[in-house]
Design a binder for this molecule. Structure first.
Ligand code: SAM
Length: 285
């Protein structure tokens, strides 16, 4: 019988957010795999957990992952913890979970703190639909691609950012996405937790005068569907009418059908399109 891999969420600032189950499991397992053992020892000491620890991080995830899966297959129970929050959310874990599943090992997750969800519910922005973008990629090309994709994202967007890169990221978001409602949530669960409800432009002005400090999550309003529709209509209206009609006729549509599609694209009535086409025809004579 193989052991169980426990993904164990730990507090993101307030030790009281440690769950009773997490303490029990961390005491009971054979080994704790931690992102940074020097960091996690403080947590383990606080809760009088004396289980042996080993490191599992971004830079040893394949080699150490294979070793840990080997132990799991021998029947050892292992808990994975990271520096803070939920393992696998912008933290090592994903790879180990994949390896464990592939080896047929049971994986279970102990819920707890996660900065993204905590910030979202505090933001005052729509929570019904959201997307989590984690940290924007460091690679310039990839970053541009993600920002391009986010332009038409209608769900609330949750992003992680480090304080020293906050201003640059806000400026890039403003340049690509335009001004939007934004909530900057800082120091979650800690003494100086702040929820700064603002806009991208106002936040840029603010952080140009006040150095960003502390860990933060950005929660950004999604694009308004009506604005996307208006922009699309404006784009179509810039296309000459004859060309627009040809776009549909060349795809096999009859004249009447094409007029209907063109009218819908431009946000006008079919009658208006008919009148415009008549006028264009007369001008050509
Ligand atoms: N696994 C973690 C989780 O479940 O939230 C996320 C780890 S990720 C390496 C670290 C980022 O999470 C930080 O840069 C910050 O954006 C966010 N974060 C973590 N703790 C936070 C806190 N107490 N307040 C605000 N943001 C926090």
């Amino acid at each position: 019988m193989s052991g169980i891999l426990y993904l164990c969420a730990t507090p993101i600032g307030n030790l009281e957010d440690m769950t009773m189950r997490a303490v029990r499991i961390l005491k009971e397992v054979d080994l704790i795999a931690a992102e940074d053992t020097r960091n996690s020892i403080k947590l383990l000491n606080h809760f009088e957990i004396h289980t042996p620890m080993t490191s599992y991080h971004e830079f040893n995830k394949y080699e150490k992952g294979r070793y840990l899966v080997g132990l799991l297959l021998e029947g050892k129970n292992i808990a994975l913890i990271t520096d803070a929050g939920t393992p696998g959310i912008s933290d090592p874990g994903e790879e180990l979970v994949r390896m464990a599943h592939e080896a047929g090992v049971t994986v279970t997750a102990l819920p707890g703190a996660c900065a993204a969800v905590n910030a979202l519910v505090l933001s005052g922005l729509p929570t019904r639909r959201f997307c989590f973008e984690a940290f924007l990629p460091a690679d310039k090309k990839e970053r541009r691609e993600v920002l391009e994709e986010l332009k038409e994202e209608t769900r609330t967007i949750v992003l992680y950012e480090a304080p020293h890169r906050l201003l640059r990221t806000l400026q890039e978001l403003f340049e690509e996405l335009g001004d939007r409602s934004l909530t900057v949530v800082r120091e979650l669960t800690k003494k100086h937790e702040t929820v700064f409800r603002t806009t991208l432009s106002a936040a840029i002005t603010y952080y140009m005068q006040n150095e960003p400090k502390g860990e933060c999550v950005l929660v950004l309003a999604g694009e308004d569907r009506e604005d996307i529709r208006k922009r699309e209509q404006e784009d179509w209206c810039a296309v000459p009418l004859a060309e627009h009609m040809e776009h549909y006729i060349s795809r096999g549509m009859a004249q009447k059908e094409a007029m209907k599609a063109v009218a819908a694209d431009r946000g006008v009535s079919k009658r208006e399109i008919y009148a415009m086409l008549l006028k264009d025809n007369e001008m050509e004579k």
